[in-house]
Design a protein around this ligand. Structure first.
Ligand code: URA
Length: 438
């Protein structure tokens, strides 16, 4: 077998065998297949697609390229959720403690910011002392004691994905449904949970542009999860505007504390939808009993306390959770409306890019993050504004990136005369039994 024949075969739109797929995944992971040949193959896959069988075999080969975590020692239901990424998507930070309060374990491995999207690990590291690199023993111990813990992906979890992802990022091969599917599912299946909810986003702040392509991706991922014996479902959710009104690392922790105290905004409703679906997937709850458990966790204050417990178990300072005013936030500036009207649309990715320009994300792999910068949105799609109203507060450090960020945000918020149609949080749910439209 050789890589040139495999590239030719995919270029000619033929189906690759299990053996051919294992050959190129293993060869690229161990360095015997160079970047330039893998890039050519990835581009052929992006252009010609993969059958469901090929996508399954690619996921399987990537998942077995490293460790497969065994969570059975926890002796309970272990749940996981994965978002395909977006702006102001801090759902994991609230879901972990809420779900732990509902009696299931959350042992989550999350990522850092990627491109214009923020990352859970960066957000958690804005809490002084918080350790996202616990040893395996400490991680399991924290999950057992508290019910939840969130760490960065360990080095040997799906290493094939790590290498392939880095190459895709710089070869124009990110936007391929089979490649995204294999990337996400290899990590999810390797990380050992038995119940998985995928949050597949569409819109101007997501990798999938519209609900139809998000649905196609979700259906493929759910099919692979079912074949692997998991309880799995997927929500298709809106990312046409930032999910949280707080965007930036420390700011998103502040936004999450608001939700855990019961503030009912878009982020709250999205977190509730994901939590209810995930709890129902476990078989331990119906949607109705899950809703009651969710409300109890928040109304009792237990979810907030659980978040502080998780922070403490991971060596962070829990006083920041009870007193979020302790976070150092940059100097304030504002973006105002230049005319009367309605917010008709947003280019969410540009709001993410604005926060990156302020220093809240990385422009290169080695950049460090300024946790104190970001934005607070004062409007959502459909808001009515008058000329001069504040659309968004911008927080910066010594003016770094400020003018560019303000201009990106101003241009990202479209104002018009017509009130736009209502934007639902969720478009559909994909389960083992099929698709349910909202
Ligand atoms: N998230 C991933 O983990 N992989 C992709 O390919 C896209 C989003």
């Amino acid at each position: 077998m050789n890589i040139l024949d495999i590239i030719e075969k995919k270029k000619n739109k033929s189906e690759l065998t299990k053996e051919e797929i294992s050959f190129f995944i293993n060869g690229f992971t161990d360095g015997t297949i160079p970047d330039y040949q893998m890039s050519a193959l990835l581009m052929a896959i992006l252009l010609n697609g993969m059958t469901d069988k090929e996508t399954f075999e690619m996921t399987d080969a990537m998942l077995h390229s490293g460790d497969v975590v065994d969570m059975s020692a926890l002796g309970g239901i272990v749940v996981d959720k994965h978002s395909t990424g977006g702006i102001g998507d801090s759902t994991t930070l609230a879901l972990a403690p809420i779900l732990a309060c509902c009696g299931v374990f959350v042992a989550k491995m999350s990522g850092r910011g990627l491109g214009f999207t923020g990352g859970t690990i960066d957000k958690l590291e804005s809490i002084p002392g918080f350790d996202t690199a616990l040893s395996e023993e400490e991680f399991f111990d924290a999950v057992k004691r508290v019910g939840c813990a969130v760490i960065g992906q360990t080095a040997n979890l799906a290493p094939a994905d790590k290498k392939i992802y880095a190459l895709r990022d710089v070869t124009g091969t990110v936007n391929s449904i089979p490649l995204i599917c294999a990337s996400i599912m290899s990590k999810k299946l390797a990380s050992g949970s038995d119940t998985i909810l995928l949050d597949v986003k569409y819109g101007s702040g997501a990798f999938m542009p519209d609900p139809q392509s998000a649905l196609e991706l979700a259906t493929k991922m759910v099919a692979i999860g079912v074949l692997a014996g998991k309880r799995i479902g997927a929500l298709i959710t809106d990312m046409q505007q930032p999910l949280s009104d707080h965007i930036g690392n420390s700011l998103e922790i502040i936004g999450i504390v608001d939700v855990l105290k019961g503030k009912k905004n878009r982020l709250y409703y999205e977190i509730r939808e994901v939590a209810l679906r995930l709890l129902a997937l476990t078989g331990k709850y119906t949607l109705a009993t899950a809703e009651k458990a969710f409300n109890d966790a928040i109304d009792s204050g237990n979810a907030l306390k659980k978040f502080a417990e998780m922070v403490q178990a991971q060596h962070g300072d829990p006083s920041y959770i009870f007193h979020p005013e302790k976070f150092e936030i940059g100097a304030r500036d504002v973006v105002t409306a230049k005319r009367d009207g309605y917010v008709t649309a947003m280019t969410a990715a540009d709001i993410g890019r604005a926060v990156t320009r302020l220093g809240g994300g990385r422009m290169t792999k080695s950049d460090s993050i300024d946790f104190s910068v970001g934005a607070i949105m004062h409007v959502a799609i459909g808001s009515k504004v008058k000329r001069g109203d504040v659309l968004c507060e911008v927080f910066h450090n010594n003016g770094k990136g400020l003018e560019e960020a303000k201009s990106l945000i101003e241009n990202a918020i479209a104002l018009g005369d017509e009130k736009p149609a209502e934007h639902k949080i969720a478009y559909a749910y994909v389960g083992k039994e099929g698709v349910e439209l909202y």
